[in-house]
Design a protein around this ligand. Structure first.
Ligand code: FAD
Length: 470
């Protein structure tokens, strides 16, 4: 008999959630963590960024105080207390995870875990060996750097160093216009930095619907954020304490000079040194290859979260973790449907989506109808002076089933939950529009978008052919 039913390597949102669910299912469980429980998400990702972004939102609002009849002379903003608050929030969240693991009787083993065989995990530096019937690799990811760019931690940094910057740089170049890059752009612009975002593809947040990306670009421009798209970094040189970035924009070369360069070019797998190659676990560019049950090609070894490279988000890691241990316990949960999982960016206006964009749905051959509803026609958005934004739904014209949602605007990251439910339950636009939504709420924008897709928007006038475009 193995000492543990499951040993999980890594205590991030993949690993600790898997551990709690495994314990609930009656499995004897250990989680091995070499740093702090909570992983990137709690310590250096989702949570500290959102704490700082909340501060940035307040700063942006204070700058608009006059609109609301509030006089705010000589407004002073200081990033250091915001960073301190973010670290306190992190500490409280990490203690919460420790408490939950303890209450669920999960053994927490401090140290670095390596697979010695498919049933044995060696812990360093203690040298202890945990005997496991099943092993779940939940070792996460590391910030991806670009070839030829050296992160020196002072002038050239990643999100890891940025989260401890106590003074906003006078100027910052952010390499990468994905969610992390855009969130830091919003943060530093709020605190007065001159921000330039450099994005290789056509738009900021290039994975989002183009209408959304374009509206976001307009909003960020109004906030004073500069950005270059279709822009490739050729070289990054540090001299005189500044970053000099040679950028090719089409056939034009230009130099961006800034006090700091933040590299936000995505996440690479953290799979080296875990004994995976030696055991014959299949990897692709470092990412552990898995099936729908989160099984690797080696019997008894599972992988979840960023190390699998499926959709590198905390809630995805957690869901994979639950599915993996449910399978180990002998249950048959549904396979993860990555497409339907929500994707969020927490600048203002916020951006959130799930399912197919309009372009993707058309590429897949669907006869598509689209419903849009602008926040400027929503009472709660007007009342809250948050009229930038819209909700857009893409439906299958034949069945009425909703295929995807794109939302930009205040609270988009909360509103997407209803949209995700509508996809998970394979609801039609008619189902959603029959559901009574409280008034006045931003959520009414989703109901109205669903109505618009059926050509019967109530609170927005458009020619029938524009309300629902086939
Ligand atoms: P991780 O959270 O990385 O956890 C892996 C853990 O394994 C770590 O604690 C590590 O120390 C440990 N470990 C690694 N190797 C070993 C070993 N050999 N032995 C023992 N322990 C080991 N996602 C969202 O969903 N929403 C967001 O708003 C969001 N914001 C982000 C902002 C930033 C700046 C960054 C960088 C990421 C953000 N993410 C966000 C992504 C999110 O953090 C990750 O998707 C998530 O943390 C992945 O969870 P995980 O459990 O796979 O790995």
């Amino acid at each position: 008999m193995a000492e543990y039913d499951v040993v999980i390597i890594g205590g991030g949102p993949g690993g600790y959630v898997a551990a709690i669910r495994a314990a609930q299912l009656g499995l004897k469980t250990a989680v091995v963590e070499k740093d702090r429980l909570g992983g990137t998400c709690l310590n250096w990702g989702c949570i500290p960024t959102k704490a700082l972004l909340f501060n940035a939102e307040l700063v942006h609002l204070f700058r608009r105080a006059q609109e609301f009849g509030i006089t705010c002379d000589n407004l002073q903003v200081d990033l250091a207390p915001a960073v301190d608050r973010s670290r306190q929030v992190v500490d409280r969240m990490v203690s919460g995870v420790e408490f939950l693991l303890q209450k669920n009787k999960v053994a927490v083993v401090s140290g670095s875990g390596t697979l010695k065989s498919r049933n044995e995990v060696v812990i360093e530096p203690s040298g202890d060996v945990l005997d496991a019937a099943h092993v779940v690799i939940a070792s996460g990811g590391v910030p991806r750097t670009l070839p030829g760019i050296e992160i020196d931690g002072r002038t050239v940094i990643t999100s890891r160093e940025a989260l401890e910057l106590r003074e906003p740089p006078a100027s910052i170049a952010i390499i990468g216009g994905g969610p992390i890059g855009v969130e830091f752009a919003y943060l530093y612009a709020g605190y007065g930095s001159q921000v330039t975002v450099i994005e290789m593809l056509d738009h900021l947040l290039p994975q989002e619907d183009q209408e959304v990306s374009r509206m976001l670009e307009r909003a960020l421009k109004q906030q004073g954020i500069a950005f270059l798209t279709k822009a490739t970094v050729r070289e990054l040189r540090v001299s005189g304490g500044k970053a000099h970035i040679a950028v090719a924009v089409g056939d034009r070369e230009q130099e961006v000079e800034a006090d700091k360069a933040l590299v936000a070019a995505g996440t690479a797998a953290n799979s080296a040194g875990l004994g995976l190659e030696e055991l014959g676990v299949a990897l692709d560019r470092g990412f552990v290859q898995i099936d729908d049950r989160l099984k690797t090609n080696v019997e008894g070894v599972y992988a979840i979260g960023d190390v699998t490279g499926k959709l590198m988000l905390a809630h995805v890691a957690s869901e994979q973790g639950v599915i993996a241990v449910e399978g180990i316990a002998g249950n048959a949960p549904p396979a993860p449907d990555y497409l339907k999982m929500p994707r969020c960016t927490y600048c203002q206006p916020q951006v959130a989506s799930c399912g197919l964009t309009e372009a993707q749905a058309r590429e897949r051959g669907y006869q598509v109808r689209v419903g849009r509803f602008p926040f400027r026609a929503n009472g709660k958005a007007m009342a809250s002076a948050a009229t930038d934004g819209f909700a857009k739904v893409v439906i299958d014209a034949d069945s009425g089933e909703m295929l995807g949602w794109n939302i930009i605007g205040a609270e988009a990251t909360a509103l997407i939950a209803e949209a995700a439910l509508s996809l998970a339950t394979e609801s039609t636009a008619a189902d959603l529009s029959r559901t009574v939504h409280a008034h006045p709420t931003l959520s009414e924008a989703l109901k109205e978008a669903a109505l618009a897709a059926q050509g019967r928007s109530i609170h927005f006038w458009s020619e029938p052919s524009r309300g629902a475009t086939a």
